[in-house]
Design a protein around this ligand. Sequence first.
Ligand SMILES: NC(=O)c1ccc[n+]([C@@H]2O[C@H](COP(=O)([O-])OP(=O)(O)OC[C@H]3O[C@@H](n4cnc5c(N)ncnc54)[C@H](OP(=O)(O)O)[C@@H]3O)[C@@H](O)[C@H]2O)c1
Length: 307
Amino acid sequence: MKAAYFMQHGGPEVLRYGEVPDPVAGARQVLVDVHAASINGADWKVRAGKSAAITGVPYVLGRDFSGAISALGDGVGEFRVGDPVFGVCDVGQEGAYAEKIAIKAALVARKPASLSHAQCAALALIGLTALIAIEDTLQLKSGEKILIQGGAGGVAGFAIQLAKHIGARVVTTASAANHAYVRGLGADEVIDYNTQDFTQAVSGCDAVFDTVGGEVTMRSFAVLRPGGRAAFIASGTVAPVPPRADVASLRPNVTRDRAHLERIVALVAAGAVRVPEIALYRLSEAAAAHAVSEARHLRGKLVFKVR
Ligand SMILES: NC(=O)c1ccc[n+]([C@@H]2O[C@H](COP(=O)([O-])OP(=O)(O)OC[C@H]3O[C@@H](n4cnc5c(N)ncnc54)[C@H](OP(=O)(O)O)[C@@H]3O)[C@@H](O)[C@H]2O)c1
């Protein structure tokens, strides 16, 4: 099959397009003909060697996808060949930048006819991450105030809409060019992080969700009320130690399962969350897509149209 892959870590230019071995569905797995796969903020970090060690080469990135089942492994009873599904790879597995992927059946959900493959691929990992951060980890409640760092990004854009759906007041950070966009997602207040210090612009928050990382992480604790809680997804795999004792620091455990994917579909069907803006690329254009993602000023999602 054809895939976008790399043989050694480096810049976007190490991404190649060509033949790699076909995957095979093992027990309780399905083989999926990938129609669309998305590019996530974590992918360029893996390519650049800034994440956990890769398992071998050629290395195929890609954590979420949408497609049609082409084969069933032993013990899969809930699907048939031809079923349209979307999913997120298990923690530690990648490989969606490809024409086929083998994945545990328990990690895919049925693709609704109302959403395209590109839309499902775009929503899968960002939706799963936002749901686990906002609902499962922060347990955000109606009437609470939350600061969502990096509102124009993929995960944060879903999180803004989810927080509004819950009934929270949402403050977010974005560059000026994205203020109308994040307000359109439902943000009540927008801070231009290039011209304003967010720690001066907002205070008394019940919760913070940081999708930006770097120096933003430790400074985020300052905006919490006593007893507030903060969740971090862009500053490593463990929660940072807060500089104050009266707040909680949390690292969402972004596990994968069908139930969260079905909740994404339900939220979109209910009109609570809309599909992000999508820019389409071919797998042969992976280097160009990574250059955009790595520049860190992307709005919405980048998606590979595979077939
Ligand atoms: N399993 C997990 O733990 C998990 C899952 C998913 C994602 N993540 C991590 O979460 C992070 C976000 O992922 P993503 O895919 O949502 O990222 P993304 O879509 O690539 O986010 C890019 C956005 O960040 C904004 N941004 C950059 N610097 C900023 C700053 N200083 N303040 C405010 N906004 C800033 C940019 O908006 P402007 O142009 O307005 O600056 C841009 O829209 C990544 O680090 C990723 O690795 C972790």
